[in-house]
Design a protein around this ligand. Sequence first.
Ligand SMILES: [Zn+2]
Ligand SMILES: [Zn+2]
Length: 156
Amino acid sequence: MSVALPLAGGCQCGALRYELSAPPLMLYACHCTNCQKQTGGAFVLSTGIVENALAFTQGEPARFEWVSDAGNQRYGLFCGACGGRIANGQTPSIGVLSLRAGTFDNTSWVRPAAHIWVKSAQSWVRFQDDDLLYDEQPTDYAPIVERFRSYTGFNA
Ligand SMILES: [Zn+2]
Ligand SMILES: [Zn+2]
């Protein structure tokens, strides 16, 4: 697979646009209760990216803060016009943001390398035999990064 950088994307209405200048680090599905509430869906497809590789090329994101299921102080960046969530970060910064995978213009490479917060996954969600599953927040992301690279070819 070859996907050219920068990776561009944006919100549902198009007022907020971004470019990602470095390859994504990993991608996983998060089944935590905050992701379920925020989207109204079953889980979020979250792309781990280098924080300073993300630039907003159009519009300024609005901000929302909360405490995560793991007890961390988190914030969300979203479009003030349509409400579309683009990315989540942490305070103090850990240097990595979670970018919503469905907001990329080209989602052909999007596929979760792991599922996290499986303990609060909807009961009808079925996992594949070789999926990496974590009951809560992973303590070691290395296996997720390795699996993600193995099928995307991204090498950060
Ligand atoms: Zn918008
Ligand atoms: Zn979550």
